[in-house]
Ligand binder design. Structure first.
Ligand SMILES: *[C@@H]1O[C@H](CO)[C@@H](O)[C@H](O)[C@H]1NC(C)=O
Ligand SMILES: *[C@@H]1O[C@H](CO)[C@@H](O)[C@H](O)[C@H]1NC(C)=O
Length: 295
C-alpha cells in the first residue's frame, strides 16, 4: 500500500513531530487501517509518541470488537489510558481560615496527553466505529461517577471495566464536559444517527433539561421511522427511553397541549403554522403509541 509506506516514512522521520504523527494516526483510523496500527507500528514509536499509542489502542479495540473476551482486554488498556488522561493530581492546601481543602490541578494530567489534546485529536476523526468507541468509553466513565442518578446509554458499554480503582483522582466535571463536546461533535458529523441523538437526549434528561431531552428523543425516533410514518424500532425506543419521554411530558405538562392541538385541522394558510401543527401531530401520533405501551 503506497500511502501507508509514505506515512510510515513520515512517522519515522526524526525528529518526530507530534503534529505529523497526530495527523497520520487520525488518517489511519479514519481509513480503518487498524491492522497496520495494531501490528506494524514500530515499538519505539509506541513508547515515544502518545498519539501513536492512543491510535494503536483505538485500532485494536475496533478490530477486536466482535469477539467479546479479546476486545475486553484491549478495551481495558484503552480505558486505563483515558482514565489517566482524565485524572488529576490533587493537593491538600491550607486556606487562610486554617481549613484544609483538596485542590485539583485543573490543567494537569496524569496521562500520556492532556484532555484538551485528546479532544482535538478526536475532532480529526470521522470514522463512525472509532467515534462510537470513544463516545462509549466517555459515557461509561461518566456513568461510573458515584452520584449519578440517570445513566446515559451508549452502544458497546459492556466492553469497559465497571469500576475505577482511583475514583477520587478522576476529574468528573471534565468528563461531563467532554461527553457533551463529543456528542456535539459526532452529531455534527452525522446529525441523523439515532444512537447519538439518544445520547444527546439522555444528557439533557440527566441535567433536568426536559424540553431539550424530549426534542432529541423525538428526533431520534423521527430519523428512523420516516417521521413516525413507520413504527420506531424497539431498540431505539427502549423501555427506558419511553419512560423518560413520559417523565419529560408530564414535567412539561404537554399531554393537555397535544390533546388540544389534536382537535385542530391542518388547513391553516400560514406555512409556518402548518409546519408547526404537523410537527405536533407527529408528536401526538407518537404519544398515542407510547400511551398504549405504557398501560
Ligand atoms: C451511528 O452510531 C452507532 C452507534 O454509536 C454506530 O454504530 C454507527 O456506525 C453510526 N452510524 C453512522 C452512519 O454514523
Ligand atoms: C382540509 O380541508 C379539506 C376541505 O375543507 C378537508 O377535506 C380536509 O379533511 C382538511 N384537513 C386536512 C388535514 O387536509
Amino acid at each position: 500500500n503506497g500511502n501507508l509506506t509514505i506515512f510510515f516514512f513520515v512517522l519515522l522521520d526524526i525528529p518526530l513531530r507530534q503534529v505529523i504523527a497526530e495527523e497520520c494516526v487520525a488518517f489511519m483510523l479514519n481509513w480503518r487501517e487498524n491492522e497496520y496500527l495494531t501490528l506494524q507500528v514500530p515499538a519505539f514509536l509506541l513508547q515515544s509518541n502518545p498519539y501513536v499509542k492512543l491510535g494503536q489502542l483505538l485500532a485494536a479495540t475496533c478490530k477486536e470488537l466482535p469477539g467479546p473476551k479479546e476486545s475486553r482486554r484491549t478495551a481495558k488498556d484503552l480505558w486505563e489510558v483515558v482514565v489517566q488522561i482524565c485524572s488529576v493530581s490533587s493537593q491538600h492546601k491550607r486556606g487562610n481560615d486554617g481549613r484544609v481543602s483538596l485542590i485539583k490541578q485543573r490543567e494537569s494530567t496524569l496521562g500520556i496527553m492532556y484532555r484538551s489534546e485528546l479532544l482535538s485529536f478526536v475532532k480529526k476523526l470521522w470514522e463512525p466505529l472509532v467515534l462510537t468507541i470513544i463516545l462509549s468509553l466517555f459515557v461509561k466513565l461518566h456513568n461510573v461517577r458515584e452520584d449519578i442518578v440517570n445513566d446515559i446509554t451508549a452502544e458497546h458499554i459492556s466492553i469497559w471495566p465497571s469500576s475505577i480503582p482511583n475514583l477520587q483522582s478522576v476529574d468528573f466535571e471534565a468528563v461531563a464536559i467532554t461527553v457533551k463536546e463529543l456528542v456535539r461533535y459526532t452529531l455534527s458529523i452525522n446529525p441523523n444517527n439515532h444512537s447519538w441523538l439518544i445520547i444527546q437526549a439522555d444528557i439533557y434528561f440527566a441535567t433536568n433539561q426536559y424540553s431539550a431531552a424530549l426534542h432529541y428523543y423525538l428526533q431520534a425516533g423521527a430519523v428512523c421511522s420516516d417521521f413516525f410514518n413507520k413504527a420506531v424500532p424497539p431498540d431505539v425506543y427502549t423501555d427506558q427511553v419511553i419512560k423518560r419521554m413520559i417523565k419529560c411530558c408530564s414535567l412539561l405538562n404537554c399531554h393537555t397541549q397535544i390533546k388540544a392541538i389534536g382537535q385542530t385541522e391542518l388547513n391553516a394558510s400560514n406555512p409556518e403554522e402548518v409546519l408547526q401543527l404537523a410537527a405536533q401531530r407527529r408528536k401526538k401520533k407518537f404519544l398515542q403509541a407510547m400511551a398504549k405501551l405504557y398501560f
